[in-house]
Design a protein around this ligand. Structure first.
Ligand SMILES: [Zn+2]
Length: 140
């Protein structure tokens, strides 16, 4: 089987407001084909996963296929965190989700030290109702 090392795995949320445009944006940015893995709450699953992430499906399977580059995408108004209403302000929500992205990156690197992980926060586009605007988040 052909290795998928030229591909990027995108970890988003099950939220239906995620549009395929997010995948297309990342494909353009990286010049690579992208495919998505969508657990509820995006990186929350990586942070809260009990046990060895190397045994987690499908993340570990993607490794089996040679994928080493991942984009983690957290988002505004995520139901897994109680939505935007769970926060006092957007700034508080934003800060928390950046912390989640960074924590998930470290946890993932613990299990897969050769992974290359990029972090994004998706803003809700008030005109289209989609989670389509990606803000790049620095790893630290
Ligand atoms: Zn969500």
């Amino acid at each position: 089987m052909e290795k998928a090392s030229g591909m990027i795995s995108v970890v988003t949320c099950t939220d239906p407001r995620f549009n395929v445009s997010v995948i297309i944006q990342l494909e353009k940015l990286f010049g690579q084909r992208a495919f998505s893995h969508t657990p509820a709450g995006s990186v929350k699953e990586i942070i809260e996963y009990r046990g060895n992430l190397r045994k987690h499906n499908p993340l570990s399977n993607q490794y089996g296929f040679g994928v080493r580059r991942l984009a983690f995408v957290a988002h505004e108004d995520c139901a897994a965190y109680g939505g935007s209403g769970a926060w006092k302000s957007f700034e508080e929500e934003h800060r928390h989700q950046i912390g989640e992205l960074r924590a998930a990156r470290l946890r993932f690197l613990d299990a897969f030290p050769d992974a290359e992980i990029f972090l994004y926060f998706a803003h809700l586009d008030r005109t289209t109702g989609e989670l389509s605007f990606l803000e790049e988040i620095s790893p630290e």
